[in-house]
Write a protein that binds this ligand. Sequence first.
Ligand SMILES: [Zn+2]
Length: 133
Amino acid sequence: MQIFKRLSYDTVANLFIQDTSFNRIFVFPLKRDMANQIKCPNCGVYNTNEDYCTNCGTLLSYQKRRELAFAQEEKDRKKRAQIQKETSPSFYEKNKNHRFLVVRIFVKIIHSIWMAFMAIGMFIAWLVSAIAA
Ligand SMILES: [Zn+2]
């Protein structure tokens, strides 16, 4: 503990600031925020450290805008996938809960044959690649 007593507060501060990780986390963000004046694309008012325009409420933060766009994209993609699933369910999905038992059994048999066929196909593909290698 002797060493800490000998160091003045300034020395400690300097040590921290010289440390690059400290710089990255604390000093550079501060510098960046100080120069973070964004002109509103909608009304032309300059805003300092605001995510939304103080005058008209337009979203200013580039990062935020990108995040929102990304979230929207994700939502659209999910919706499209949902629609796709609803409009064209697979033969198996459509008939596995059919009201006639015969149809249900028939569909299950076809489905298991298909699965077995795929498994065999994959096995042959693996075998060919194994032999080739
Ligand atoms: Zn504005």
